[in-house]
Write a protein that binds this ligand. Structure first.
Ligand code: ZN
Length: 493
């Protein structure tokens, strides 16, 4: 037990370093003046180096070995932490410092080149950088080790225990049904008369509504806040400090509200973790696919439901008097509006996953060496046409739209759709509890949040995502609930 305490103390020290970095990072994204960027980069790099040195230090290793020798005396959560620390240490050690430095150099150049290339819609400017990023990704995968294919090692960085072949099988099942649902949803939206909201929506009023909604879902403003950025995000600065951001569009209050609902979902997860275990794996979110399940659950399953708007539409009409002439039924048509778009981040609930299927398939082939970088734009466009029935007009609306590859984030995209599948599956499981279902009908979400805290949040990183899903819902991640939900909402069957 003493040996375990020693590692836990070192992990807590590491968490202090990392959360200090998170404060600086949050400030950089929100309020940092332009001329302060250079010094901020130095501060962050210094903290990053300190953190890496501690995480891979002989001190940490010795303490961990001692804890491992006494692992039988530990409880389940402590044992899970020991296992995770070992996994992380091995993984960090397998990447030599030279490779880490090379990666940060390659990706910082790739990011700049990508932004340029996207601006001019010129893939050839980005191609040599993508080549280098892929080469690095393959080398990393080889060092980390893999069994079936190198992509496994990359995917695992974001989704513990996930295997490429399993994800591919899930996505295969989704593909034909999603294409059909998307088509039907778009068709249905075209027939609706109301295309957008009337009038404009002052930002101050939007902020009042967003705050009331987030608070009513259970977000604790004594341990968090909402600020404004161009790209919404959620970040945790400490055990009682969760920061959300959103952006405002005066012509459409739903844009900031759904942003807040999404980030509130991430924030509720972070606030639901066991605070006393901050900095330990058992007090951390387990994976991106589970994190995204929480944001999607609150944004889509709760925030786009009839019951939610039966409660909140009258309040919105108080704040925005022009809504008083709008019928709730027409308004719901807008909430469920669906349209094929070239750009993933603008995609709606019914068509979003098609964008992910495309990226996952191409990435997997690129990493396996089955798709050459020079052929990416054409492969993208052909696949896009097969899925959506239309062809991107240029690379900026095609393979250059996302920042992920330039950042070296290969293996990341699948977690968005895993998040959607998990969201539907968890929501269905929660509703099997009568008390949860009855409250949700009245737009009372306290029992739902309680269920999620008990079954998802408090588990932290103790179980792999698929085991967590098994325990919470009775089966590992499965496509059927998501498909049933989309059909119910967008096809009416
Ligand atoms: Zn998210």
């Amino acid at each position: 037990m003493k040996a375990y305490q020693k590692v836990a103390e070192l992990a807590a020290e590491l968490a202090v370093i990392q959360s200090a970095g998170a404060v600086l990072g949050w400030d950089q994204e929100t309020y940092l003046p332009a001329r302060a960027v250079e010094h901020r980069a130095r501060q962050l790099a210094w903290l990053g180096t300190r953190g890496h040195a501690l995480a891979t230090s002989a001190r940490f290793e010795k303490a961990l070995e001692a804890a491992e020798a006494q692992v039988a005396d530990l409880d389940e959560r402590q044992q899970a932490n020991v296992k995770q620390w070992r996994w992380r240490m091995e993984r960090a050690r397998k990447l030599p410092a030279k490779l880490v430095a090379e990666e940060s150099e390659v990706t910082s150049r790739a990011k700049a080149a990508w932004a340029e290339a996207r601006r001019g819609s010129d893939f050839s400017q980005f191609a040599p950088h993508l080549e280098r990023v892929l080469d690095l990704a393959r080398r990393k995968a080889d060092r980390w080790g893999w069994q079936s294919e190198p992509y496994d090692a990359l995917l695992e960085e974001y989704e513990r225990g996930a295997r490429t072949a399993q994800v591919a099988a899930l996505f295969e099942r989704l593909r034909p049904e999603l294409a059909e649902i998307g088509q039907a949803a778009v068709e249905r939206s075209r027939q609706r008369t109301m295309k957008r909201l009337p009038g404009s929506f002052p930002i101050e009023q939007q902020q009042i509504l967003n705050r009331e909604v987030a608070e009513s879902l259970g977000f604790d403003f004594a341990a968090g806040r909402i600020d404004t950025t161009t790209h919404p995000f959620c970040t945790t600065l400490g055990p009682a400090d969760v920061r959300l951001t959103t952006r405002y569009n005066e012509a459409d209050f739903l844009s900031s509200l759904f942003g807040v609902l999404h980030e509130t979902g991430h924030g509720l997860y972070e606030q639901g973790l066991v605070a006393a275990e901050f900095g330990l794996p058992s007090g951390e979110a387990v994976s991106l696919g589970i994190h995204e399940s929480q944001s999607r659950l609150w944004e889509n399953h709760v925030g786009r439901s009839e019951a939610f708007w039966a409660r909140w539409f009258p309040r919105a009409a108080e704040l925005f008097p022009r809504l008083r002439k709008v019928k709730l039924e027409d308004f719901m048509g807008l909430v469920h509006r669906s349209e094929f778009s070239f750009i993933r981040v603008e995609a709606d609930e019914a068509t979003y996953d098609l964008h992910i299927l495309l990226r996952f398939g191409l990435e997997r082939k690129m990493v396996a060496g089955e798709l050459a970088v020079a052929d990416v734009p054409e492969a993208w466009n052909a696949e896009f046409e097969a899925l959506f029935g239309m062809r991107p007009p240029d690379a900026a609306h095609g393979c250059l739209q996302d920042i992920h590859w330039s950042m070296g984030g290969i293996g990341y995209f699948a977690t968005y759709t895993l998040g959607n599948l998990n969201a539907a599956q968890l929501y269905a499981a929660a509703l099997r509890r009568k008390t949860v279902a009855r409250a949700v009908e009245q737009a009372d979400y306290a029992p739902l949040l309680g269920w999620l805290q008990k079954n998802v949040h408090q588990a932290g990183g103790v179980y792999d995502p698929n085991d967590l899903m098994q325990r919470a819902t009775g089966s590992a991640t499965n496509a059927k609930w998501h498909l049933a939900h989309l059909r119910r909402r967008y096809v009416g069957a």
